[in-house]
Design a protein around this ligand. Structure first.
Ligand SMILES: NC(=O)c1ccc[n+]([C@@H]2O[C@H](COP(=O)([O-])OP(=O)(O)OC[C@H]3O[C@@H](n4cnc5c(N)ncnc54)[C@H](O)[C@@H]3O)[C@@H](O)[C@H]2O)c1
Length: 270
């Protein structure tokens, strides 16, 4: 193992959703660790603007609902960089206008379900498929960004959470099929992470519920998720594949209602 195995010197990475909160934090951290990154996003203007802030970075237009666009993203990154070492699938359909429609299954619109599956699950699968021949050449790896909602039942986001749970299984399938070829595949499951967009969109009373269930004294930030992704993508994680690393401040790790227990044991039973 090299001395500083979390470094990414000489590596190249595609980050889908690179114009988003967690995607850009990941791009910035990977750049700081020595990688050249491609910020791939449907928000292409923003991706271009952000890529200009990172030495060696490029912006690539990506529409995860379009198979040709996904294949072109991989081809463009390989053409620009000459190789591909890391694919980080972080883009997801998180349109605030659609979120209220993704509730419980009884009220689920079939079109909405199909769209969420198309962007999140089908898009991720196609990106992995397009990248794998290149990753085999470099003994590279994939890190899929999922969610702690993929590991727990909730009242909301039945389609989103199901798509993320399926990406966890996709992660294991790729790890199993391609491990002997030198390719690793892992997932990072963030809990609620305070991107600027989420801070604005998420109702404060519900944020407080999550804060109470979080074992740390604050919610995660995009940089926390970037650290987990960059670690799994690095040679330091060479013995880790097919795994889900949960970065949620311990939110999903404990008995239900821990905040009420905390109040009871501290004598405050209101
Ligand atoms: N922020 C959180 O609290 C949180 C919690 C759990 C999981 N996650 C996951 O982390 C990832 C990043 O989340 P974020 O909070 O940074 O969100 P974000 O909205 O800031 O970033 C998502 C990015 O995906 C892009 N995108 C959307 N549809 C696309 C498409 N069809 N083709 C290409 N790009 C598309 C958007 O333009 C955006 O830049 C997502 O996969 C999300 O599910 C986030």
């Amino acid at each position: 193992m090299q001395q500083d195995a979390i470094r990414l010197d000489g590596k190249t990475a595609i980050i889908t959703g690179g114009a988003g909160g967690i995607g850009f934090a990941t791009a910035r951290l990977m750049t700081m660790r020595g990688a050249r990154v491609a910020l791939a996003d449907i928000a292409f203007d923003r991706a271009q603007e952000l890529a200009r802030q990172l030495p060696g970075a490029i912006a690539v237009h990506l529409d995860l609902e379009n198979e040709t666009s996904i294949e072109a993203m991989v081809a463009q990154a390989v053409a620009e960089f000459g190789q591909l070492d890391i694919l980080n699938n972080t883009a997801a359909l998180l349109d605030p206008a659609l979120a209220p429609l993704d509730g419980d299954v009884e009220h689920m619109g079939t079109d909405l379900w199909d769209r969420i599956m198309a962007v999140n699950l089908r898009g991720t699968m196609i990106a992995c498929r397009a990248a794998l021949p290149h990753l085999r050449e470099t003994r590279g790896n994939i890190v899929n960004t999922v969610s702690n909602l993929a590991l727990q039942g909730h009242l909301i986001q039945a389609a989103y959470s199901s798509s993320k749970a399926a990406i966890i299984q996709l992660t294991r399938a790729i790890a199993a099929s391609h491990g002997k070829q030198g390719v690793r595949c892992n997932a990072v499951a963030p809990g609620m992470t305070m991107t600027a967009a989420l801070f604005e969109a998420f109702p404060a009373p519900l944020r407080e519920v999550v804060e109470a269930e979080t074992l740390r004294d604050q919610l995660g930030e995009p940089e926390d998720i970037a650290e987990a992704i960059a670690f799994l993508a690095s040679p330091a994680a060479r013995n880790i594949t097919g795994q889900v690393l949960v970065s949620d401040g311990g939110c999903a790790s404990h008995v239900p209602g821990i905040d009420r227990f905390r109040s009871f044991f501290s004598g405050d039973q209101t």
